[in-house]
Structures are given as structure tokens and as C-alpha cells.
Write a protein that binds this ligand. Sequence first.
Ligand code: AMP
Ligand code: GLY
Length: 446
Amino acid sequence: MKILVIGSGGREHALVWKLKTSPQFPKIYCAPGNGGIAQDAELVQIKADDLKGLLDFALKEKIGLTIVGPEAPLAEGIVNKFMQKGLNIFGPTKELALLEASKAYSKETMQRLNIPTAAFEIFDTPDKAIDFTNRSLLFAAHYPLVVKADGLAAGKGVIICKDRRQAQLAIEHMMVRKAFGKSGEKIIIEECLAGEEASILVVSDGINVIPLASSQDHKRVFDGDKGPNTGGMGAYSPAPAVSEEMHKRIMNEIIYPLINGLAKENKFYKGVLYAGIMITKNGPKVLEFNVRFGDPETQAILPRLKTDLADLCLASIEDKIDQIKLKWEEKTSLCVVLASGGYPGEYKNGLEISGLEEALWEGSPDTYIFHAGTKLQSANGKSQIVTDGGRVLNVVSLGDNIRQAIDKVYKAAHKIKFAGLHYRKDIGHRALERYLEDTYMGAQAD
Ligand code: AMP
Ligand code: GLY
């Protein structure tokens, strides 16, 4: 079988790496890929947003399974286009990709299906939005408030506002100065939720659902969850914040009501659904839905998955999720993102990366490096890996517990060098605190 993975980040490298272990021995292509993926798949020079180019390629090569990494092609309707030509593609149709591509659509869906989420209002003019912040109605009097652009904004369209002035500046930023273009034509103002975040990814065929292992992302750029939001600076799996009981609640109160509710409306959600959850003192609430694998959650989750990923994706397409059983490595996996100097702001590309092999040695066994913003460059007859993006590399280690995974991953990451490199040194801190507490309590009880 031939498989095409679309995208060029760490998530796509993890997908390609996992697919390579498939007992179906697929031939794997990746469009457009990166410097690390080049070592595991055949790169195809077609961009992820070139839907026509991708379709022509898939038809010509008779691709048996296409997996879409990023949200943009899904939002543009790549699944509809491939399905019309009878090609197997993993993911939701354009209409259901709106769950991520339009926060207004997503919030209205949750409201209609009684799925717990932050209280909200939707606005299509700046005047009405500003007027709302001036009134003491509903949750408007309670700051912080969250102002969100309706459309896709590369993770930057969410502003947490401490007071009315900040809220009004955020509204102007999105609706008047159009910082996110058309994505800010509508905005959502919502209640700020407090608690611990977790990512719950599930795979559905439109009727049946199978959950993947839980995980937790670290969105802020600096240690201690300080600094601006990023695409994600690290993740681990499982997330102990999601106890067995909490997992049941998330499935029963959020995931099943969504998938079943949509199915009753004749909308069959296929592919992976990522629920960004805030575990509040009043139970789990949805922060957002994404219609794709998380990045960097996927890099932490897949090394624990023992089941064939190609089988799982095909089962979603062929309405056979009820026949799938997932097996997991009973270990903790931790992913640290190595970023370019300046990220999430401006940064330089083309910087030579060293120490990749040493890092693998240092973390051996069970350490993996998934490339994100890298490129394979040839100079003087020699090829080398250089930086080519904000998030450059993902180092992932498995350990018997979070303590072991942290120790191993940082020992490995420490070997990697490029000018300006930075990464968080506290990935997994919440899970580690829980682990130390449990160990200490255990010792006290003994
Ligand atoms: P989103 O793209 O909607 O997931 O938002 C990105 C990040 O902003 C989330 O992962 C949260 O850390 C934060 N966030 C979004 N909505 C809220 C909310 N209602 N309350 C608190 N934090 C939020
Ligand atoms: N880790 C956040 C995301 O994939 O959207």
C-alpha cells in the first residue's frame, strides 16, 4: 500500500515514523516534509495547501491512504475532493472541519448539543463587542475575559484580557485593524476558565469512537508557563490530571454527545478529533476542538501506541472503528520542543544543527527525534541538517515513570546544538509534582 502524509512538522514526522513500523510495509510519501522526514519517507515537493497538486499526485500514484496533518487543507475541503475521486483519506469533511476553522460554529454546536464549555457571545461588529464589554451582563463584568478570533489564526487568535481596556484593545486588534484578516471578521468573547488543561484525542468513523492516550501540552514559551503562547513547547502522555473517572466524564459529557449528536443531524465526523479540555472544579469543559492530530501531543502519544496506525486510519474511513482495539506501552512519554532563538517571534533559518546522533545515543533506548522546522541541505558534496522554522526538533523519551522520562529526555536534548536554540526545562512539571506527591505519600504510609 502507498500512504501519503500531508504536512511538514514534528507531528507529521511522528506519523511517518509510526507508519513505517506498519506490518503492511507501506511505501510512504510526505508532502512537503522536512529534513528528518526525508530520511523516513519519499518527499514530494507539493505544499500542504496545494489541494489540486495533492489530488493529482494521489491519483497518479494510486495512493491507498492519505493522512492530513495540518488543519488548513481540511478546512479547504481536501477530504471532499479526495472522496469525490474515490480516494481513501483520513479526516473530516469541510463542513465538520468548521469545528476548528470557525470558533463560532464550534461554540454553537456545543451549545446545541449541551456540551460543557465556557459561557460565550458571538459578535460580528466591533461596536456590539465593545458595547458588551461596557455592560455588566452575564459574565461580562467578570475579568479576565477571553477574546477569540472566529477563524484560523495559527494559534495566535486567543487573547486573555485582564480588564475592560485590554478587552477593547483586543477587539480593535482583531476587528478594526484586522490583525488576523478575515479570521477576525467575527469574534467570540468568552468566560475565562480556571483549572488544568488536557488534550483528549479520539478517532471516529462517524458513529463509533476510540480514544487515544491522554496527553498534556505546554503552550507558553517559557518555564513556569510564562511568556506568549506558542504552537506547543512540549507534551507528555499519559496526563495524570485525566484520572480514569475524569476520562469517563470527558467521554460521556463531551465526546459521545458531540459524535452522536452530529450523527443524529446526519453529520458523520470521521478522522481524529482533538478536544482541548479545561478540567475545572465544576468538571471538564471544552476550550476548543481541533479536527486533526495535536502537535506536539502526537509526538508524545505515538511512541506509546503498539497498534498499527494505518489500520486505525483505514478503520475510520471504512466505518470499522468498533473492530479496533488499541494497545499501549505502559510507559510515560515526554516530548520537549527545541525552538529557534526568538520563537514565537522572529527567528533566523539555515543554522547548522549538530549532536543529533549523540542525543539518540545518550537517550538510548526509547528516545526518538522528530524533526519539525529542519531542512536537509547539500553543501560541498556533504549533506547537513539546518534549521528551517520556529519549532525545530522534538526530542521524545519513554520512561517507566515521569521522573525517568524527564531525566532521559533532557540528557538527550542537551547534546543538540544550534545557534540561538532554546527550550523549556520544565516540561512535565505538573505530572512530576503529582508523581513526587504520590511517592512521598506512599513512603509515609509504609
Ligand atoms: P484555543 O485556541 O481556543 O484552544 O486557545 C488557546 C489557549 O488559550 C488554550 O489552550 C488555553 O490555554 C487558552 N484559553 C482559550 N480559551 C480559554 C478560556 N475560555 N479560559 C481560559 N483559557 C483559555
Ligand atoms: N498542541 C496544540 C495544537 O495542536 O493545536
